[in-house]
Design a protein around this ligand. Sequence first.
Ligand code: NDP
Ligand code: HSE
Length: 445
Amino acid sequence: MTTDGGRGADSPASADRPLRIAMLGCGVVGSEVVRLLGIHTDELAARVGTPLEIAGIAVRDPGRVRGAAVDRELLTTDADALIARNDVDIVIEVVGGIEPARTWLLSALRSGKSVVSANKALLATHGSTLHDAAAAAGVDLYYEAAVAGAIPLLRPLRESLAGDRIRRVLGIVNGTTNYILTRMDETGASFAEALAEAGELGYAEADPSADIDGFDAAAKAAIIAQLAFHTPVTIDDVYREGIGAVTAADIASARELGCTIKALVIAERAGDRPGISLRVHPAMIPRSHPLAGVREAFNAVFVEAEAAGQLMFYGRGAGGAPTASAVLGDVVAVARNRVAGRQGPGESAYAALPILPMGPTVTSYHLQLDVTDKAGVLAAVAGAFARHDVSIRSVRQDGRGDDASLVLVTHPAADAALSATVEDLRVLDGVRAVSGVVRVEGVES
Ligand code: NDP
Ligand code: HSE
């Protein structure tokens, strides 16, 4: 019998009844969640006001070797039956991917269970549907672990900064690509060498394309922007470029300019009209910028709010234990809400700001041109910039004769104008090749 307005378990949570958890997935993150739940049983019970118990763990292959903390008796391949159990209050999803996770979570929410998920791909694609289901059932849907692993970022955006107006979020939210770019910068490794190292250390997955091509960061950007700007955002709204085209020469050129290259997410309000710009791409930033010191697989996110000013969040963005910490923080939050018979703060999408296309978005570029070293070439190059109303911030010539190259950095201009300038330069007499086209961020204009 359900006595709590359809909230899943047979009786409302209270100090004399444990809260029961259905775990979906028990891999890198899930096995750490189980281990930490076991180690901190008493403390977590004291914080929640009632014990937390694992009712069952759904996996694909129950025969697989898992950590000693995982009770094999709890394993099942029937996730649907586990979710449907009347004695389950909370569902933790650490499976990943869209299906069957989407169907499972909708079923959990609709049957009154609170949900904690680490699944950025799902939240960035079907977030609205899941939030609607949670709101309709009066239960919680929390997902702190989905963005930047252990770093508390989503709750500060949703709760601590709820009284402020966020202008911009700028950050490094993918550990794999940050590791690769760090190694390229610090050791002169090629992209392929650094990727192989990341694979050996377990950062990059067998198929690293979600990281390398920017899908992972774009999903995180969508989740961040939704919370920061109270606007519905999906991964499809995010302009995305991966790091696969970044070369050792680009890194060396950045170094000569006192910069380094980082894979950034940038979510910001447009300067002069309602709307937000959302993008994920490699960018040169000055070595003096705080994000330049974020090395290897660490993540960091800068938030600029009107009243709070600049805030920086830094820490481990991936890995079993760090991610499990964020999952368990959410579990305690939703468990407390269930004990208190309330629902925690959910999403708000009242602002519904338009998502701006990349064309009018204002950025700066770094370019390297292989040129013929003769009179008039520099003037022709400058003319191409002038035609598209792009102002040049700095220009430097290296080499002489057939070996000459120009390194240019622009002032901020519309991205479409910069792209058009690059297209003109590619066919300009005296310009043999255009390379090193990398956006520049964090430089005073
Ligand atoms: P893993 O691949 O290590 O684990 C996935 C788990 O899900 C496994 O236990 C697997 O079962 C189970 N599973 C997969 N498909 C099914 C299915 N159809 N039915 C039942 N069980 C299934 O993933 P991670 O732990 O690394 O990641 C989990 C989630 O956490 C993802 O959403 C990921 O994006 C997110 N995340 C991960 C981080 C990390 O550092 N790893 C960091 C931040 C977020 P079996 O064990 O039998 O194969
Ligand atoms: N693949 C992700 C990364 C894991 O490298 O950051 C954390 O989401």
